[in-house]
Structures are given as C-alpha cells and as structure tokens.
Design a protein around this ligand. Structure first.
Ligand code: ZN
Length: 176
C-alpha cells in the first residue's frame, strides 16, 4: 500500500472560534494531532493532500448550510497551525466528498497511491462521505480517531462506527 495523507477541511470557518461553522472545542482539540500526522507524513515522504471547501456565491450547498468557506475568503483559508508546505497538494471541493467534482482520484492514480489516511473535520460529514467514496473506488482507508472531530459528539461516534463496520476502513484508537 502506498498511502496519501488527506487533510479534510482544516479551514478557519470550521476550526477557528470565529468560523461560521466552527466545530468548537472538539475541533480545536484535534489540531495538534493533525499537525503530528502532517509532520509524520512529511518525514516519511508520504504525499500530503489538503481537501478544502471552496464555495462560490449562491452555491447549492448553502440551501443546506449557512454560507461558509467562500472561495478566496478568510474562512476558506487553511488554519495557520496546519499550513501547507511546498510539494503539498490542495484540492478545492464544493461538496462533502473530496472526490466529487475534483481531480483527487486522478491525482492519486498518477502518484500510484492506493490508500488514504484521512484526518480533519467533520467526522460525520466530509470525512465520512470522503471515506465512503474512497472505499467505493477501492482505496484502503485509515482514520486515526484522535485526528478527526465534529461539532456533534454523538454523530462523531456514529460516523466512526459506520467507517469501521460498514465501510470496513481501519479506525486507529477510539477517539475517546
Ligand atoms: Zn461546504
């Protein structure tokens, strides 16, 4: 297996206390673990890909959620603690799954990667649906529980269960 670290939605609107859809303390609390994941990947020569919400004004997703992560805005910026470095890739997405309407799949194939290690937020939304799409495409997926979070603790636990029991991905740790 050749893994890629996928860092999902570690953006001001989700992780900064002033963000429109911030995950609160649960989101803040996983930043150090995500930083360690990124550092470990770089040290091991593992590709780091950031999947980042980047919505357009009037995006259909705003019928479901308040406007957030507008392309080019502060809310759509990666939080300073987790800044990308030269060589990292950034995928801009407009839906929950990092595969939907993006070239993530193509990029992974080009790099010969067949597995994802997924960190970030929210466990029950973009992490879950990205994991589902990865599994449908045959990628191996590992989710370190201490490096994902949600604004909704119960939904976080439910999603980890779905990822483990239904999608048959690997959960590392319990996240408790
Ligand atoms: Zn969004």
């Amino acid at each position: 297996m050749k893994p890629t670290l996928l860092v999902v939605d570690c953006l001001n609107d989700f992780l900064d206390p002033k963000g429109v859809l911030n995950c609160g303390e649960a989101g803040r609390s996983v930043i150090p673990a995500i930083a360690r994941e990124i550092a470990a990947a770089r040290a091991q020569g593992v590709d780091v890909v950031y999947a980042c919400d980047a919505h357009r004004p009037g995006d259909a997703e705003f019928e479901l959620y308040p406007p957030h992560c507008l392309e080019g805005s502060w809310g759509a910026e990666i939080v300073p603690e987790l800044r990308p470095e030269a060589g990292d890739r950034i995928i801009r997405k407009r839906r929950f799954s990092a595969f939907f309407g993006t070239d993530l799949d193509l990029g992974l194939r080009e790099s010969g990667s067949d597995a994802l290690r997924i960190v970030g937020v929210c466990t029950n939304i973009c992490v879950l649906y990205t994991t589902a799409d990865a599994r449908m495409r045959g990628y191996g997926v590992t989710v370190p529980a201490a490096a994902v979070a949600s604004f909704d603790a119960e939904a976080h636990r439910f999603a980890l269960g779905q990822i483990r029991d239904v999608l048959k991905a690997t959960i590392e740790g319990t996240g408790e």
